[in-house]
Write a protein that binds this ligand. Structure first.
Ligand code: IVH
Length: 724
């Protein structure tokens, strides 16, 4: 890497206006303070509300520093809405939380026609449909807004909430009451309890008018209609929301006390009869080919529509099919979002900076001349890894094509060779990490991943690990974001996760207490300590996810939590498995490594590669210390089992073998898991049932040998209460 890129990473600094403060005239200073106030507010919004920062922390800090320097030089010009008067964004704290009775899920994505054909094939296979059995889906535009749950009780609107993390959102009832599309009362007969779901959005025309008004008032302009809708709905003062023209399309439902129809299509019709706006482009289709025709039609109309859409959603129409198909992870098997192709633009690659991740992986990041792509300003794009840069042969100074697909991180597609400057040099990946240790870079996985070899000693990695630990899906500590973690780390207030829970104590004896630091005051420190206290009790799945074990994302953390129940139980098996793995590092077959290791691999969808990462985490004494220190300070709650009613198979381990007659293997697995059973791939002493289909082989024999109960397919269906 060039020396310039290293400095860039460490001290990325420019605000775009580099006239020294001493040389500014009063008019220039006032003008710049206005721009800075709007810019900082904009970045605060992206960071705190949207979780999609556009600029690095260092660039953000530089904006704030510039603002403070000008204010210090021109104290009479300090604005009433000066960013120095606040840290982060206050309103978010003002909404109370709402737990969704039925989780609000996301959708699986498709980009190619073949993904849609695969979806049809997958659904047919899962439901064991014959080639001539009909399969109807409803195709609807995917509205680019924010999803909302509207709760009606006895026909009256009682509560409205944002999606939040899917399980818990924010109560924005008062703001939703200001929307004409949200009926206060439902006309006609409705179930006693009815959660109506759909998208709040702003039309393109209203968005443009709002931005004009914002500009005229010297307030910030919104980047796109979606952000404008989000910002407008999350106002603490609903009088402001009322002035913002928001709309709502209904397309789904959550908890209902009585089924509303037998098909999705008829449900939409009922929602319409009750007074909700239903998107007029929704259509029924009977094959992949028909849905693709609708997709092209909607895509052709996209530009002329007065609201943003980013694809077409397909939903299996028959609700009894939907019930059988169920969910995987956080998305239903019965629906698919077919996205429109990404939007592209050309700009100049100004610099390649290196970012150090939580696990030490070095990610090259393209710093671009800001350019608008599909309505959003893009200034950064990932270059993934050294191989990708070599493959693209992008060079600093090149004109490049960038693309943005939905909320995916922008990507550099490649250089425009005709425009390459004569002096552009091929990029050389740095041989040492930009972290203060300057340790050598090692290349893994056939050189695809470059990693800092500083491991646990690397301060960049330590900070990233702490940031992950407090992030939204982990400990989710309000008021403790990247910036605060970095600042506390630099001051040696926190070094390991456990330090966070000692912070209030450490602070008492600290030479510079936090409340004296820039951006903090008595109240915000008090709130921070309260937020930390609040997280002393934490669900096991969040705890596991927060540890930041490679390859253990939210879904895997949940599986582990459900499978082992409590922290001591999980830890004990992981330590045993790690010990077994150390004894037999090269052995491929899990069974031959050891009993605990095999048990771990046997959990649905955890393979040897994830299991090996977990074992390597538990083989590192430092990590064990981190877990022990946390254990002393926290109450880790046992995992809650999925709603299984009084299912006789809850907690049991089941193995399916041979060909099943009435359902596919996928449906069989789902039928067991949704009732709280674990599905394993091989038979052991711990197996409770082996369900034997036609032509079963060695597994049935092994069950006999070990004395494990075997069931016919019919017996299984009777056991789970699905025998007609
Ligand atoms: S259905 C269980 N239908 O897309 C599935 N979602 O990527 C529930 N969205 O969070 C969602 N238009 O905000 C559905 N016609 C539509 C949609 C739609 C937009 C959004 C929604 C959801 C996201 C999932």
């Amino acid at each position: 890497m060039t020396g310039k890129a290293v400095t860039e990473f460490v001290a990325q600094g420019a605000t775009g206006r580099d006239k020294p403060v001493e040389e500014l005239s009063e008019a220039e200073a006032a003008d710049e303070l206005t721009t800075l106030a709007a810019a900082i507010r904009h970045h605060d919004d992206l960071y705190y509300r949207e979780d999609t920062p556009e600029i690095s922390d260092a660039d953000y800090d530089a904006l704030r520093r510039r603002n403070e320097a000008i204010e210090a030089a021109f104290p009479t010009l300090v604005r009433a809405d000066s960013p120095s008067h606040r840290v982060g964004i206050e309103p978010a704290a003002g909404f109370s939380k709402v737990r969704h009775r039925v989780p609000m899920l996301s959708l699986g994505n498709a980009f190619a026609d073949s993904d849609v054909e695969d979806f049809f094939a997958r659904v047919r296979r899962f439901l064991s449909l014959q080639p001539d059995d009909p399969l109807t889906v409803v195709a609807e535009p995917k509205i680019d807004g924010l999803s909302i749950n509207l709760r009606y009780e006895h026909g009256r609107f009682v509560q409205g909430a944002t999606r939040g993390d899917g399980s818990e959102g924010e109560d924005v009832t008062a703001n939703l009451r200001t929307l004409d599309d949200v009926p206060e009362r439902i006309d006609g007969e409705a179930p006693e309890v009815l959660d109506v779901r759909g998208e709040v959005y702003m039309t393109k025309r209203d968005f443009a008018a709002l931005n004009e008004r914002q500009a005229a008032a010297g307030a910030k302009r919104f980047a796109n209609p979606r952000n404008a809708a989000a910002g407008s709905l999350r106002q603490l003062d609903s009088k402001i929301t009322k002035q913002r023209p928001l709309r709502f399309f209904a397309y789904a439902w959550g908890e209902v006390s009585k089924p509303i129809a037998a098909t999705h299509w008829d449900s939409l019709r009922r929602l319409r009869a009750w007074g909700f706006a239903i998107n007029p482009l929704a259509a029924r289709c009977n094959s992949a080919a028909e849905t693709l025709t609708i997709y092209r039609k909607v895509e052709a109309e996209r530009g002329a529509l007065d609201y943003d859409i980013d694809g077409v959603v397909y939903k299996v129409d028959d609700l009894s099919f939907q019930a059988r198909l169920g969910f995987v992870s956080r998305a239903p098997r019965w629906a698919l979002a077919h996205k429109f192709p990404a939007e592209q633009a050309q700009t100049v690659l100004e610099e390649i900076a290196i970012q150090v991740g939580r696990t030490g992986a070095l990610t090259p990041v393209a710093h671009l001349k800001p350019v608008t792509v599909g309505g959003v300003v893009v200034a950064r794009a990932t270059l993934h890894n050294p191989d990708e840069i070599a493959r693209l042969d992008v060079r600093v100074g090149d004109s490049v094509t960038v693309q943005r697909a939905g909320d995916v991180i922008p990507q550099v597609l490649g250089p425009i060779l005709d425009k390459r400057p004569a002096n552009a040099e091929p990029y050389r990946f740095p041989e040492v990490c930009p972290c203060p240790l300057g340790t050598p870079v090692v290349h893994e996985d056939g050189a695809v991943i470059a990693r800092c070899s500083g491991e646990l000693a690397c301060p960049f990695q330590q900070v990233e690990r702490l940031t992950h630990f407090v992030s939204r899906n982990a400990f989710d500590i309000e008021g403790l974001g990247d910036k605060q973690v970095r600042s506390f780390f630099e001051r040696e207030l926190i070094r390991t996760p456990a330090d966070i829970f000692d912070l209030a104590e450490t602070d008492k004896t600290s030479l510079t207490p936090i409340r004296k630091l820039e951006g903090w005051g008595d109240k915000s420190v008090e709130n921070l300590f309260a937020a930390i206290e609040d997280r002393r009790t934490i669900p096991l799945e969040r705890f596991i996810y927060a540890l930041g074990i490679r390859q253990v994302g939210q879904a895997t953390a949940k599986l582990l939590a459900r499978s082992y129940g409590t922290l001591p139980a999980w830890q004990q098996v992981m330590l045993a498995a790690a010990g077994e793995r150390q004894e037999a590092p090269e052995v491929k077959k899990p069974d031959l490594v050891g009993e605990h290791y095999a048990e771990l691999c046997n959990i649905h969808s955890i393979g040897t590669s994830v299991a090996d990462e977990i074992c390597s985490f538990f083989s590192e004494p430092h990590n064990l210390q981190v877990v022990r220190d946390l254990e002393e300070r926290l109450e880790v709650q046992a995992a809650t089992q999925p709603e299984t009613g009084d299912s006789p198979v809850a907690g049991k381990t089941v193995v399916f073998t041979g060909a099943l007659a009435t359902m596919s293997r996928g449906e069989a697995k789902a039928s067991a898991e949704s009732r709280g059973a674990k599905v394993a791939g091989s038979v052991s002493k711990k197996t409770d049932y082996v369900v034997v289909g036609a032509d079963a082989g060695s597994k049935a024999a092994k069950a006999q040998e070990l004395g494990v109960t075997t069931l016919s397919e019919q017996e299984w269906l009777t056991l789970i209460g699905r025998d007609g």
